[in-house]
Write a protein that binds this ligand. Structure first.
Ligand code: C5P
Length: 233
């Protein structure tokens, strides 16, 4: 497959249990403005003309996905191969879809828990990092003063040059598979870029948007609803 032929593939790990949300169903299925959270991310990729296909990774015993993404959903394949950690879910998904993805195709990994993604942010990431050999990710520059308690007391860490990683994180298929496969401790890899960095590579940081925050605590649902009422361009 030549470079010109490379496609953009979305992969959404959605096999977590959302322990910090303390809700009855996994976090990715909680309703936000009446719609299951997972659908927002899926629909952002469906609406983007730059995305060739979307894979959603759920756990083998997931009882909800059929009601949220019925069979025949355009451009979407559900893979029931989730693992014990986010990293393992992604690696299992990459390997399950191996026959459908070229080595140079760019895989955009996006958390199901970020319903604020838009086709505009997907386009920005692809336009600004699509030509980067080490890939790239959406991230936000830190605006608050940063405090650290690591040394026992309280210390201030200069915020210059600090970023908060978001998703999607986009890498060539073969590079991402190699990086995640080489990671020694799956639970220590909380985003894909850190596995790429462990190979000595520097993914490009592309400025994202606060609306693309990760829904983690119950109070985040109302914040997500506020952003989702705004123009999703
Ligand atoms: O729990 P957290 O918000 O960090 O999860 C980030 C993403 O990783 C979520 O979309 C979650 O469903 C997914 N995940 C997964 N498999 C796991 C743990 C988390 O697909 N074992």
């Amino acid at each position: 497959m030549s470079k010109q032929d490379k496609r953009h593939i979305a992969l959404i790990p959605a096999a977590g249990v959302g322990a910090r949300m303390a809700a009855g169903s996994p976090k990715q299925y909680l309703p936000i403005a009446g719609k299951p959270m997972l659908r927002y991310a899926v629909e952002a990729f469906q609406r983007s003309e730059l995305i060739a296909h979307t894979y959603v990774v759920v756990s083998a015993e997931d009882a909800y996905i059929g009601g949220v993404l019925p069979a025949g959903e355009p451009g979407v394949t559900v893979l029931r191969c989730g693992g014990a950690t986010r990293m393992e879910s992604i690696l299992n998904g990459l390997r399950a879809a191996r026959a459908q993805i070229g080595d140079d195709d760019l895989v955009l990994v996006h958390d199901a828990a970020r319903p604020g993604l838009t086709p505009g942010l997907i386009r920005k990431l692809i336009e600004e990092a699509g030509g980067e050999p080490a890939g790239g990710l959406l991230a936000l520059p830190v605006v608050d003063t940063v405090k650290s308690t690591r040394g026992g007391g309280v210390a201030t860490t200069p915020r210059e040059g600090l970023w908060l990683a978001q998703t999607p994180q986009m890498f060539p298929y073969a590079l991402l598979e190699r990086a995640l496969g080489a990671a020694a401790d799956p639970s220590a890899i909380t985003d894909d870029a850190s596995a790429i960095e462990a190979l000595g590579l520097s993914p490009k940081l592309v400025e994202g948007h606060p609306r693309n925050f990760k829904v983690t605590l119950p109070s985040d649902i109302g914040i997500a609803e506020m952003y989702l009422k705004q123009d999703p361009a």
